[in-house]
Design a protein around this ligand. Structure first.
Ligand code: S3P
Ligand code: PEP
Length: 451
């Protein structure tokens, strides 16, 4: 899987206020999991509002490769006929996860306790990302692994014949690691326990409960989350409605704040407390953001987000908030460029192992556009000001969030901003360009490409 043979540069330039009401595509984390859990259930799961992006479609292919039947109806509903936990088939081809960290790491967890072998590959970005964080606990559960040095892809695993349940303290704040261990625990007899010193998004726990797994979450004396899962349940199919992705909503939210005169509503966004750190932060910075029409659906809180352009001020973002906005720092840095004073963002070590080294990629992108910033080992400080310069070309390093964040910069900067590759946006937000054009943004393929 790739984003096409040629990078496709994209440019944005300021074009007046952004106005309108939109819906962003379905949540990426819930979309991956609905296909995976549907595949592990016995019977028919339906998924409405699935994010049809490259990452999620790679997971659909992976689940087909282990025996699930997944079909898209004309109305966009996905129908998953699960093969059932313990009954996965051995894939007869290499599984290509493209750019998708969540897809490959959670699937390694699932396959790691099934008596089958599988080989995983990915694009240049995914092949550079650390897999040891999931392969190490899987080895403790009995999985055999052959991977490139440093536990990088390509990697082959042979799942345990007699899987062992595990008690595992997650060493870094990572929902992917937590989830991989829990998903491996599904097919191990007995209780698998995951201790999470720092809470991360809880979609795996919530959704597995909905699919009928026996899972409990408590806090220990140290205030750490302790998740206990009883192995070998029979998972029951579900009808999943995927809400709008707050990590995608982040782009129109920030764009509306920094483009003068803007007034934008984003409907039907997931407001899970482990995902709303950016909204909290932007409100603290002085952003005019209102949540209306709050409601509950499928065990999750949703709402509509109304945003008006605002004069922001710099703040220090509490590092303990990082897991609840981990994918939003690139676009927060763009908001910070338009805030009065300095915005200091500490506690960002995990940003170095995303689709790119996001700390470095953001800092270089800001510098290329004349915006002062200081890149620390695990922090970023951005000095804001009105009417930021722009005019630069940003190197995206196969990272969708870098491309989208700097397209937002170009909507408010004095001069146009170019991302060297806009095709990567299809990883998570394939309708990004059309949604923004509908709000009034000027976002174009760069001249050489448009020809
Ligand atoms: O579990 C998930 O769905 C995700 C977890 C996060 O990754 P980490 O677990 O590496 O923090 C996040 O960055 C990713 O986009 C989605
Ligand atoms: C980090 C991300 O995704 P993943 O780890 O699934 O590639 C992201 O979407 O920003």
């Amino acid at each position: 899987m790739s984003h096409g043979p040629l990078p496709a540069p994209l440019t944005t330039r300021s074009a007046g206020p952004l106005t309108g009401t939109i819906r962003v595509p379905g949540d990426k984390s819930i979309s991956h999991r609905s296909l995976m859990f549907g595949a592990l259930a016995v019977g028919r799961t339906t998924v409405s509002g699935l994010l049809e992006s490259e990452d999620v479609l790679a997971t659909a292919d992976a689940m087909r490769a282990v025996g699930a039947k997944i079909e898209r109806q004309e109305d966009g509903l996905y129908v998953v006929d699960g093969i059932g936990l313990g009954s996965l088939l051995e894939p007869d081809h290499v599984i290509d996860f493209g750019n998708a960290g969540t897809g490959v790491r959670l699937t390694m967890g699932i396959i790691g306790t099934h008596d089958i072998a599988a080989t995983f590959v990915g694009d240049a970005s995914l092949s550079g990302r650390p897999m040891g964080r999931v392969l190490d606990p899987l080895r403790d559960m009995g999985t055999s692994v052959v991977a490139r040095n440093g536990d990088r892809l390509p990697a082959s695993i042979r799942g345990a014949k007699q899987p062992l349940p595990l008690t595992y303290r997650v060493p870094m704040p990572s929902a992917q690691v937590k989830s991989a261990v829990l998903l491996a625990g599904l097919n191990a007899p007995g209780i698998t326990t995951v201790i999470e010193p720092i809470a991360t998004r809880d979609h795996t726990e919530k959704m597995l409960t909905g699919f009928g797994a026996d899972i409990s979450v408590t806090l220990n004396e140290a205030g750490e989350r302790v998740i206990k899962l009883k192995g070998q349940p029979e998972l029951k199919p579900q009808d999943v409605e995927v809400p709008g992705d707050p990590s995608s909503a982040a782009f129109p939210i920030v764009a509306a704040l920094i483009v003068p005169g803007s007034d934008v509503t984003i409907e039907n966004v997931l407001l899970n407390e482990h995902r709303t750190g950016l909204i909290k932060t932007l409100i603290e910075m002085g952003g005019d953001i209102q949540i209306v029409n709050k409601r509950n659906s499928g065990g999750e809180e949703l709402g509509d987000i109304k945003v008006k352009s605002s004069q922001l001020k710099g703040i220090t973002v509490p590092p303990k908030r990082a897991p609840s906005m981990i994918d939003e720092y690139p676009v927060l840095a763009v908001a910070a460029a338009f805030a009065q004073g300095d915005t200091h963002m500490p506690g960002l070590d995990e940003l170095r192992v995303k689709e790119s080294d996001r700390l470095a990629a953001v800092a270089r992108g800001l510098e290329a556009n004349g915006i002062p910033c200081v890149e620390g080992e695990d922090s970023l400080t951005v000095t804001g000001g009105a009417n930021q310069i722009g005019g630069g070309t940003v190197v995206t390093h196969l990272d969708h969030r870098i491309a989208m964040a700097f397209m937002v910069l170009g909507m408010a900067a004095h001069n146009p901003v170019t991302a060297d590759d806009g095709a990567v946006i299809a990883t998570s937000f394939p309708t990004f360009t059309s949604l923004f054009s509908g709000l009034g943004a000027d976002i174009q393929k760069s001249a050489s490409e448009a020809a």
